[in-house]
Ligand binder design. Structure first.
Ligand code: IPM
Ligand code: MG
Length: 375
């Protein structure tokens, strides 16, 4: 019977979340803000090294805005595994409060304890921040010009298997149950984001990805609500595929070049975007934006590389991914001009650098100087 009580609590919490979703405001219009506060969260492992490099670059790139007070770079300390374990909080309360004072976040990698790490089983800080800041859209573009591939994935980022990922229940030793949650408000807003993007980018085709033949309630709801939202966009071609055949079709030429925008529930989005990134050239090559109506978080794609630190190679960490995240952040806050300069400088610098992550190549410091020189 205690299981029933546990389930009751879960349902109540999720219903409370739905209420909050229904009350969520409009998307932030950054052009209307007097000042945009960019929170820089350094994270674990090589996180502090690459974010410090990126910060130095941004200080030069945004010198005028910082001097005029329209942009502030603000360091957010304490999202480290040591502090999280000491406080036994996934995101310590004071850190979360400081984060919520910012408009956008540039975040270094944070470590997630796994089985065998000898650490308490804390939830992923990323997943927690996505939920806490209600960053409902994980937008991941993939482009392979020579194959005429131009995909944009709209992965729902707060629901599905992730909503209660750390709240499953063991029923004694014999059975374990996890939960999957799909809400009407949560689905409609990701569908709307995908269709708006498709509309604003030349009425691209939208493909809905589910496994609604099996997950009849949750994916069934996702699928039917996406089609309902599609009715507001009669000029857009829309279709749907199951996730298994989607995985196959992504590597089927030339059909794969006919896909454009995808809208997917959380876990399928997680898996399919790794596949898509690999097709593009590797998971390290893809960018990812976590977007909500009030906040947005931009992060390096890779992990905290604890081995590099252990082996004393921290000074050779490669900040490319976080710099690309900064570029996407600048676009998001409407500073397209600065984003173009930054990506140009990064590409030019990378032409002359050899970042091997060890003493055979360039150091992080040399990377930083080279990008700054090319700004
Ligand atoms: C991602 C990652 C995360 C996820 C992990 C680190 C929790 O795989 O951003 O795709 O599963 O969402
Ligand atoms: Mg993933």
């Amino acid at each position: 019977m205690e299981y029933i009580k546990a389930f009751e609590k879960i349902v109540e919490e999720q219903l409370a979340r739905v209420e909050k979703l229904n009350a969520a405001g409009e998307m932030t219009d950054y052009s209307k803000l007097d000042k945009t506060v960019i929170g820089i969260v350094d994270g674990d492992g090589i996180g502090p090294i690459i974010t410090a490099s990126c910060r130095k670059i941004l200080e030069v790139l945004l010198a005028d805005e910082i001097a005029a007070g329209t942009i502030e770079l603000r360091d957010i300390k304490g999202l480290t595994i040591e502090n999280r374990v000491a406080k036994m909080e996934t995101v310590p309360e004071d850190v979360l409060a400081a984060i919520k004072e910012c408009n956008v976040l540039l975040k270094g990698p944070t470590m997630t304890p796994g089985k065998g790490d000898d650490l308490p089983n804390l939830e992923s800080a990323n997943v927690k921040l996505r939920k806490e800041l209600d960053l409902f859209a994980n937008v991941r573009p993939v482009s392979i010009p020579e194959k005429n591939i131009n995909w944009t994935f709209f992965r729902e980022n707060t629901e599905g298997e992730y909503a209660l990922g750390s709240q499953g229940v063991d029923i004694g030793d014999d059975m374990s149950i996890d939960f999957k949650v799909t809400t009407t408000a949560g689905t409609k807003r990701i569908a709307k984001a995908a269709f708006e993007f498709a509309k604003n980018n030349g009425n691209q085709r939208v493909t809905i990805v589910t496994k609604a033949n099996i997950m009849k309630k949750t994916d069934g709801k996702f699928l039917s609500l996406c089609y309902e939202v599609a009715k507001d966009y009669p000029e857009i071609e829309v279709d749907d595929y199951y996730v298994d055949i989607t995985a196959a079709n992504l590597i089927k030429e030339p059909q794969n070049s006919r896909f454009n925008v995808f809208v997917l529930p959380n876990l399928y989005g997680d898996i399919i975007t790794d596949e898509a990134a690999q097709i593009q050239g590797g998971v390290g090559t893809a960018g990812s934006v976590n977007m909500g109506s009030k906040y947005a978080m931009f992060e390096a794609i890779h992990g905290s590389a604890p081995r590099m630190i252990k082996e004393g190679r921290g000074a050779y960490a490669n900040p490319s991914s976080i710099v690309k995240a900064a570029e996407m952040m600048l676009r998001h806050i409407g500073r397209i001009d600065k984003a173009d300069i930054l990506i140009g400088a990064l590409e030019k610098a990378m032409g002359s650098l050899n970042m091997t992550s060890d003493d055979k190549g360039n150091t992080t410091e040399e990377f930083t100087s080279a990008v700054i020189e090319n700004l």
